[in-house]
Design a protein around this ligand. Structure first.
Ligand code: 13P
Length: 251
């Protein structure tokens, strides 16, 4: 049985005070959510504070990126997976489409960063998803397959226990245009098939595949009814404790 994951990606939003306020407001609202794992991903500089303030709660803290290098070194502006672990992160989002689009992330860097995360026992939330032109030209599946195969290259069966996939069609991110549940299911089923090819059927069955892109309180239940949708990576609607709590408590 795959335990659902509801993760909030706070992107580059909130100053520290507001981040703490939202996290503390979320704590009681998420306290009875035993049916899923709850994660929030604030900006790097808020990780330590939020991890401390949420200690003992059922809310875990994720980073939104990490360096591909694993050892200390002359890498101005980078933050290693070890440093994230050290300040209390348990998860790290890797290869978000905004990083692929605006910061030159490639399948190769996503693979390196995923391995760096695993080296320090973080769980990697690896993001994939096609842009609108790729969907319209009928290439969505081939793009997503390339991203999955690229991200998971060289990972062992044991490594896969600490991998979560997030399928985020780029055309659905921040647009209010959520993928239809059946449309998302089709891609999730396809992704599971790709993982079965790369790592075997058992691993594919155990891997959580989250959907992301305009998830809101009023569409989460329909998405979660799909067999291969194991949770959500939520942007905008995770910024307020009340709306994020409604998504967490979709049942
Ligand atoms: P929205 O929920 O705002 O569409 O963002 C999705 C996303 O990018 C989560 O990583």
């Amino acid at each position: 049985m795959r335990k659902p994951v509801i993760a909030g990606n706070w992107k580059m939003y909130k100053l520290l005070g507001e981040a703490v306020e939202t996290a503390l407001a979320l704590k009681p609202l998420a306290a009875n959510a035993n049916h899923c794992e709850v994660i929030i991903a604030p900006v790097f500089v808020h990780l330590k504070t939020l991890a401390d303030r949420l200690e003992g709660s059922n809310i875990k803290v994720a980073a939104q990126n990490c360096a591909s290098e694993t050892s200390f070194g002359a890498q101005t502006g980078e933050i290693s997976a070890e440093m994230l672990k050290d300040v209390g992160a348990s998860h790290v989002i890797i290869g978000h489409s905004e990083r692929r689009q605006f910061y030159g992330e490639s399948d190769e860097s996503v693979n390196k960063k995923t391995k760096a995360a695993l080296a320090f026992s973080l769980t990697a939330v690896v993001c994939v998803g096609e842009i609108l032109a790729e969907r319209e030209s009928g290439n969505a599946e081939s793009v997503v397959k390339r991203q999955i195969v690229g991200a998971l290259g060289g990972l062992t069966v044991t490594d896969m226990e600490r991998i979560i996939i997030a399928y985020e069609p780029v055309w659905a991110i921040g647009t209010g245009k959520v993928a239809a549940p059946e449309q998302a299911q089709e891609m999730h089923g396809f992704i599971r098939g790709v993982i079965a090819e790369t790592h075997g059927g058992e691993i594919a069955e155990a891997t959580r595949i989250l959907y992301g892109g305009s998830v809101k309180p009023d569409n989460i239940a329909g998405l979660m009814k799909q067999t291969d949708i194991d949770g959500a990576l939520v942007g905008g609607a995770s910024l307020e404790a009340e709306s994020f709590a409604q998504i967490i408590n979709y049942k």
